[in-house]
Write a protein that binds this ligand. Sequence first.
Ligand code: GAF
Length: 396
Amino acid sequence: QTAAEFAGQLSAGDVAERAEAAFRSGYGEPPAGRWAAPGRVNLIGEHTDYNDGYVLPFALPLRTVVAAAPQEGQRWTVRSELADEPVTFTADDVAGPGRVTGWAAYVAGVVWALREAGHAVPGARLTIASEVPLGAGLSSSAALEAAVLAALVDLGGLDLPVQEQPRLAQRAENAYVGAPTGIMDQSAVLRCRAGHALFLDCRTEQVEQIPFDLAAAGLALLVVDSRAPHRHADGEYAARRASCERAAGLLGVPALREVGVADLPGALDRLPDPRDRRRLRHVVTENQRVLDTVALLRAGRIREIGPLLTASHHSMRDDFEITVPEVDTAVEAALAAGALGARMTGGGFGGCVLALVESDSAGAVAEAVRAAYARRGFPAPTWFTALPAAGATPLL
Ligand code: GAF
């Protein structure tokens, strides 16, 4: 199925219309506007962002939409179609992290980060509707942050160029919500362009839009939700990050981005801990795989990226140790059914698997994954084919 059919299964009706209708019924007036931000998948470059390395995500045609209008004073009221009650917070609640918790913390975090950066944030009423599945590793949190940010920037006429917005949204997530993520997801949902993957240097935040025309190459990218429960994902993510920082410290570099593949054997010899050595090997080889993938895409050799995707998966499985049986099963089944390459995408411990397939074999590959899941007794996976979509945008 397509992403649109997939979204239709999650919830009925157009997501922008739902946000608008919820605004009108919740607040008794029309919104001043609607702002959309997408979910994302990462084509390649996992756990490289917080090592100042390279990533290559693209935006999905699945969106979170915020309808919003100004409200008198320093007061924000938020409604979500997933919550029965609205949440209201004031300037006092966003004086520091911790006062607003749960889903509304992503909204309060953006208000907090904007104020911290010196912006005069207008009070606002907001309503959230989304077709980005939650907990599937498709960046529903970054989509929410980005849609709220786009709304507040426009409503307040704030001077915040788009290239500065990812850092601000990341700060909301790191410091207000308390999740120690890198810059990839916020960059993807804010800066991606339709038809392109976003080649991002996470140190300089320089981007290059890389044409990624799957259809012209007769290919499709299958996204399979492994439906694996996220097991200890937060603590494991923080542990991977700590291991990378320890390795960088021992090697005397500010970040593992400094270590190239040619330096890897010597660097490995200098780390006493075998686990840190595996983490280092993943980051160094993964950065190189991103560069190799970009080089192939720039040369129009899209079919040839498959083995790099699969090598990335093996590195995540064996060296970074962030895969789980459900995602390994999905990757193996997709490859056995003829996928050109397959890998888990996102932070790990569940989430989604990407498979690069001939466009006429997407259904057969998905069916092979479903059959492999049934043999292992896993709950049936869901799937869709993804085309690269646009980043955050106001809707007319
Ligand atoms: C999660 C994080 F939010 C990203 O910053 C990134 O580190 C990713 O995991 C792993 O590549 O999505």
